[in-house]
Design a protein around this ligand. Sequence first.
Ligand SMILES: [Zn+2]
Ligand SMILES: [Zn+2]
Length: 139
Amino acid sequence: MKLEGQCLCGKVHVTIPKIAEEITVCHCHMCQKFFGGPFMSLAGVLPEKFTISGEEQIQRFMSSEWAERGSCKKCGSSLFYHSLADNEYYFPAGLFDELDQAKLTEEIFYDQKPAFFHYKEATEKLTEEDFLQKLFTDS
Ligand SMILES: [Zn+2]
Ligand SMILES: [Zn+2]
């Protein structure tokens, strides 16, 4: 489906013409800091598969050697996780309003999830070790 989203102040707009309505949650410590909780992420998209307006409003932070994270300079909204190796952008579900039909399918870095909550959805749960192993097996 087509998704259109924006940050809290409305200066940064994201349009994704076509994307699967599947959500992966990342529980890693860095995502918890950056997003203020678990990162409910859409599938990764390459830059030619979406448009983002308000580039001058975007602050980019290198959170590791392999990824940067974007946020709005004005309102501070978290905008994306950008994986540098494959150039894919992962947008948080919260930017978009049209995700009523979306399904939560996977939780990664499950071993870093805080103990005080659990999702009731039946998801595939991967620890950091499982996830890294899957990455290497897939490629
Ligand atoms: Zn903003
Ligand atoms: Zn994470």
